[in-house]
Design a protein around this ligand. Structure first.
Ligand SMILES: Nc1ncnc2c1ncn2[C@@H]1O[C@H](COP(=O)(O)OP(=O)(O)O)[C@@H](O)[C@H]1O
Ligand SMILES: [Mg+2]
Length: 212
C-alpha cells in the first residue's frame, strides 16, 4: 500500500471496556520488539492541552450539550493531530491511537444523533484530512463492555460517557458496524470477547498484512 507518510497510523476503536488500552499496550511492546519506533496515544487527549479538554469532556459533573461536546472533541483532535500525530508520522513513527474520528461518528453521530455529514466535515477540518492507515474495532456487546468498566472502576465509577444508558451504548456499537461497512479496506472488526493474548495475535496479523 502506498502511504503519504513514512510512519504508520493505527487507531483502536470500540465501545467502552472493549480492551483498547489493554491491547494498545501489548501492541506497542510487540511492534517495538520488531524494531518500530512506536508512540501510544489516545483521544480525547494526547497533548497537555487536550488532556485538560479530556478531563472536561469526561467529567460527569458537567452538563454538556451534544454540539458543545462534539466541538470539544474536535478541538482536542485538532491539537493532538497537529502537535503529536502528524509530526510523529513524518518522523516515521508507528502511532497507536485509542479512538480518533470514528469514535466521534459512533458516539456523537449514532449515540447522540448529530448529523453524520456534519461530523465528517468537522473530522476533516480538525485533522486536515488525516485518515488512519488501519483501524481495528474491538467489538463487544454493550452490556459486556459496561460490565468490564464497572468491575474495573467500581459500581459507582465511570466517566460521563460510560455512564450513558445501555441503549446509548448499543447505538454506538451499531455505529461502529456501519463505519466498518462503509470503510472495508481501512476498518477491521475483531471480537473483543476472547482471551487477551489471542486477540493480540489477531491484531498483529491485521497490522502485518498492511504495514509492509
Ligand atoms: N479480552 C478481555 N477479556 C476480559 N477482560 C478484558 C479483556 N480485555 C480487557 N479486559 C478488561 O476489561 C477492562 C477494560 O479494558 P480496557 O483495556 O481498559 O478497555 P478500554 O480501554 O477499551 O475501555 C479492564 O479491566 C481489562 O483488564
Ligand atoms: Mg481505555
Amino acid at each position: 500500500m502506498k502511504r503519504k507518510y513514512k510512519g504508520f497510523f493505527i487507531t483502536l476503536e470500540g465501545p467502552d471496556g472493549c480492551g483498547k488500552t489493554t491491547q494498545s499496550k501489548l501492541l506497542k511492546e510487540a511492534l517495538m520488539e520488531k524494531g518500530f519506533k512506536v508512540l501510544h496515544t489516545r483521544e480525547p487527549g494526547g497533548t497537555f492541552f487536550a488532556e485538560d479538554v479530556r478531563r472536561i469532556i469526561l467529567n460527569p459533573d458537567y452538563k454538556i450539550s451534544p454540539l458543545a461536546e462534539l466541538l470539544l472533541y474536535e478541538a482536542s483532535r485538532a491539537q493532538h493531530t497537529e502537535e503529536v500525530i502528524r509530526p510523529g508520522l513524518e518522523k516515521g513513527e508507528c502511532i497507536i491511537c485509542e479512538r480518533y474520528g470514528d469514535a466521534t461518528i459512533a458516539y456523537q453521530g449514532y449515540g447522540r444523533g448529530i448529523a453524520l455529514s456534519l461530523i465528517e466535515q468537522l473530522n476533516s477540518i480538525a485533522t486536515e484530512n488525516l485518515i488512519p492507515d488501519l483501524t481495528i474495532v474491538l467489538d463487544i456487546p454493550a452490556e459486556e463492555g459496561l460490565r468490564r468498566i464497572k468491575k474495573m472502576k467500581g459500581k459507582n465509577g465511570g466517566d460521563r460517557l460510560e455512564l450513558e444508558s445501555l441503549y446509548f451504548h448499543q447505538r454506538v456499537r451499531k455505529g461502529y458496524f456501519a463505519i466498518a461497512k462503509k470503510n472495508p479496506k481501512r476498518v477491521k472488526i475483531l471480537s473483543a470477547k476472547g482471551i487477551v493474548k489471542e486477540l493480540h495475535q489477531k491484531i498483529l496479523k491485521e497490522i502485518e498484512s498492511k504495514i509492509k
